[in-house]
Write a protein that binds this ligand. Structure first.
Ligand code: THU
Length: 118
C-alpha cells in the first residue's frame, strides 16, 4: 500500500499473496493518466508471484488506506481464483491487522473455470 501509484483516486491499496513456496509476493495498485490502463494491487501481486515461477496462492491479504477493509474487486476475484482453491483464505485488513477472513469460494462462488480450455 505504501508504494501504490494512486495519484488519481488517492486510494492506495496493497495486496500480499503467499505462494506454495511459502514466500510472500506483494503488489500495489498502479494507476495511469489513461484511467482504464491502471491495475489493482491484487493484479500487481499476481504478476510478481507468477514472475517468480509460482502457480499457486495459499493465502491472500488485502489492505486499503481509506477503507475499514477492502474486498477485492470482481475482476481481481476472477484473477485470484485462477491460482487459489475455493477454501483459500483471504484476509481483509486495516492498518492494525486482519478485520475479516473469507474464503475464495465465498468471494467468487460461480467463477469461470478454465478447465475446459486446457
Ligand atoms: N483497487 C485495488 O487495487 N484493488 C481492489 O480490489 C479495488 C480497487 C484500486 C484500483 C484503483 O487504483 C483504486 O483502488 C480505486 O478504485
Amino acid at each position: 500500500m505504501q508504494t501504490a501509484h494512486a495519484p488519481y483516486s488517492h486510494f492506495p491499496v496493497g495486496a500480499a499473496l503467499r505462494g506454495a513456496d511459502g514466500r510472500v509476493y506483494a503488489g500495489s495498485n498502479v494507476e495511469n493518466a489513461s484511467y482504464p490502463q491502471g491495475q489493482c494491487a491484487e493484479t500487481s501481486a499476481i504478476g510478481a508471484l507468477v514472475a517468480a515461477g509460482q502457480t499457486e496462492i495459499t493465502e491472500v491479504a488485502v489492505v486499503a488506506e481509506r477503507m475499514d477493509f477492502c474486498p477485492p474487486c470482481g475482476g481481481c476475484r476472477q484473477r485470484l481464483a485462477e491460482f487459489c482453491q475455493p477454501e483459500t483464505k483471504l484476509y481483509l485488513c486495516d492498518n492494525g491487522g486482519v478485520v475479516e477472513t473469507v474464503t475464495m469460494g465465498d468471494m467468487l462462488p460461480y467463477g469461470f473455470k478454465g478447465d475446459i480450455l486446457k
